[in-house]
Write a protein that binds this ligand. Structure first.
Ligand code: TPP
Ligand code: MG
Length: 618
């Protein structure tokens, strides 16, 4: 029986069916590329996309959430936890629903993470304009709020005719899968076009099995890189997110570092690529780095930047290792990143590059003295970690002590999740990972409100893991509603909420740059008399359907973590912490400009210090 050449479907039906037909080959296993779709409906998508998603609800499940930004955080976290090999779509209504998703698009863009965004859009025909929630541009009628996605999308199109899907949807999917271009792909869907029918070619709905491309190396660049490395005496390798996103790079990195005696430092996105207990792991690099990694960086003669964007936290705002002029060897799948800061480029996949370097370097090793320094610095740093994460009985513990307790509870099978506030820096410095999948910190955008929603996506991606969301009171108050989603979907999270009465890390940054307490902690804010909030976070989480409790100090936290592990639904533990404490050891300068003119001496003094640091910047 021959099949029909075409199938008559609406644009939305064709879109969903095509997505449901996409698979991916992961290490020889075939899996569905898209887990499904998060959706919050409104008039801009309930009729068109809603009908299409309902029809495919088995092969392409729909998940309801509570905030468009939150659901998109969850979708992005799902892809990050899957190391970009599986992903999700998100659909919104028009206007406010669509715009709520823009911040999350920025997050996916900065972190180079795949997510398919499907915001509803106003009528292509413009017949009933202006519709509810439509903004009007007097001089530009084709501009809609969805144009706000352009600067935060890797691919953007507006589907004004159903047949445009035939070219645009595969192009969007290619973007999501491309190791270089990877980021959010946005297809804005006018609400009338969603419901419009077209005779689509039947082949458009055939199963398609994708593989993630692993670009190879240029021979001349490889030879030059080998030449540089063979002459190196004091190499330091910085592992970025690109190591985790390359199929075999984590294993290759461990072998490479051991064989050649190279210290490995990690960025936020790369943390976990090498287990913390690996003898070559010298910890975090940069502004939130270990004493070990930063000391080695200051003396390295070759810095190998492997799969990193070299964000300012990694380079100490370009004052950490750049000033003494080591050779920077950028190994990256994207030439844009490989060539940063005047480095020597080796463009290609991280795992492919390590394999080729390994073959070419043969028995070359870093200097024996340098390898001794690696071991000494690492040992000294681990002693500091031990000390600052230990309980000292304080009523209001430091973030580091809370993270120590979480780290001990998480064991081999835990994944810690975070994004903004003082916690990411402490996690980067102190958290002892157990390899890929154990550390999930979004620090490309450092978006408050990622934590809980992101935790939902992590648990969806890795249901076998215990997911520990660590979140500040500020971030919690900004976006907590996906706690209810976690209960609704049965995706259990253990949430540890650190209540230091406000924006603690910005309060400390303000102290270092402005020298006053102003508008960060509740105590330094405009409030009505006796109006400083007393927020009962445990009662709040319970109201959303979670189990929750307040605890005192680290002893209380440890006992509660045991109860949380045994619980069968999302469990929030709140405790009071100290906003003024942060780990002093490690770290390096971060460029945050201090006012050049001020009537206050505190500021002029800080400006002098700032000008000094600027001198080191390259
Ligand atoms: C959406 C968003 N808005 C503002 C910021 C700037 N910011 C970074 S951390 C922070 C305070 C976070 O407070 P909290 O979550 O309580 O963590 P703490 O600093 O107290 O550890 C702010 C306002 C941000 N990162 N994200
Ligand atoms: Mg706080």
């Amino acid at each position: 029986m021959s099949r029909p050449h075409t199938i008559r479907l609406t644009m939305a039906q064709a879109l969903v069916r095509h997505l449901a037909a996409q698979s991916i080959d992961i290490d020889g296993r075939r899996e569905r590329l898209f887990e499904g779709c998060f959706a919050i409906f409104g008039h801009g998508n309930v009729a068109g996309m809603g009908e299409a998603l309902y029809a495919e609800r088995e092969a392409f499940p729909t998940y309801r959430a509570h905030n468009e930004q939150g659901m998109t955080h969850a979708a992005i976290a799902f892809a990050k936890q899957h190391r970009r090999r599986r992903m999700m779509a998100c659909t919104t209504s028009i206007g406010p629903g669509a715009l709520n998703m823009v911040t999350a698009a920025g997050l996916a863009h900065a972190n180079r993470l795949p997510v398919l965004l499907l915001p509803g859009d106003t009528f292509a025909t413009r017949k009933p304009d202006p519709v509810l929630q439509q903004v009007e541009h007097y001089g530009a009628p084709s501009t809609t709020v969805n144009d706000a996605f352009v600067p935060v999308s890797r691919y953007f199109d507006r589907i004004t005719r159903p047949e445009q899907l035939l070219s645009s949807l595969p192009a969007a999917i290619d973007t999501l899968l491309d190791p270089v271009d990877c980021g959010p792909a946005t297809l804005a869907l006018p609400q009338d076009v969603q419901a419009e029918a077209y005779d689509f070619p039947a082949a458009f709905f055939d199963e398609r099995v994708h593989r993630i491309r692993r670009p190879g190396l240029d021979e001349a660049e490889l030879a030059a890189a080998l030449d540089t490395l063979k002459r190196a005496e004091r190499p330091l390798l910085i592992a970025g997110g690109g190591v985790l996103y390359s199929a075999d790079a984590c294993d290759r990195l461990a072998a490479f570092a051991e064989r050649h005696g190279i210290p490995v430092a990690e960025t936020q996105a790369g943390k976990g690529s090498l287990r913390a207990d690996h003898p070559n792991n010298v910890g975090a690099i940069g502004v939130t780095g270990s004493t070990a990694a930063n000391a080695l960086a200051e003396q390295a003669d070759v810095v190998i930047a492997l799969g990193t964007r070299l964000q300012d936290f990694t380079t100490g705002s370009r004052a950490l290792y750049m000033d003494h002029g080591p050779t920077l060897l950028g190994i990256n799948v994207a030439r844009f990143d490989a060539a940063k800061h005047g480095g020597q480029s080796l463009v290609g996949d991280a795992g492919v590059a390590l394999e080729a370097l390994e073959a070419g370097l043969a028995d070359w090793q870093a200097d024996a003295g340098w390898q001794d320094k690696l071991a000494d610095e690492r040992r000294d740093w681990l002693a500091i970690v031990e000390r600052v994460t230990a309980d000292d009985g304080a009523a209001r513990p430091a973030d580091s002590q809370v993270l120590g307790a979480v780290n001990r509870a998480a064991g081999e099978n835990g994944t810690v999740v975070c994004a903004a506030g003082g916690l990411p820096g402490e996690l980067h410095k102190l958290y002892q990972t157990t390899g890929p999948g154990s550390y999930h910190v979004e620090y490309g955008f450092s978006c408050m409100g990622y934590e809980i929603a992101g935790g939902v996506g992590v648990k969806m991606a890795a249901p076998e893991r215990d997911v520990y969301v660590t979140v500040g009171d500020g971030s919690y108050l900004m976006l907590n509603s996906e706690l209810a989603t976690s209960v609704m979907l049965g995706h259990k999270l253990i949430v540890v909420l650190l209540d230091n009465r406000g924006y603690g890390c910005i309060h400390r940054l303000q102290g270092a740059t402005v020298g006053v307490e102003f508008n960060n902690l509740f105590e330094g804010c405009n409030t009505a008399p006796d109006g400083a909030p007393e927020i009962d976070f445990a009662a709040h989480a319970k109201a959303l359907g979670c189990e929750a409790e307040w605890v005192d100090g680290i002893g209380g936290l440890e006992a509660a973590l045991d109860r949380a592990k045994a619980a069968d639904k999302t469990y929030l533990i709140a405790l009071k912490t100290d906003a003024d404490k942060a780990t002093a050891e490690g770290g390096t300068w971060w460029d945050v400009p201090v006012a050049e003119v001020s009537s206050r001496e505190a500021v002029t003094e800080r400006r002098a210090g700032y000008d000094n640091n600027k001198q080191r910047q390259r």
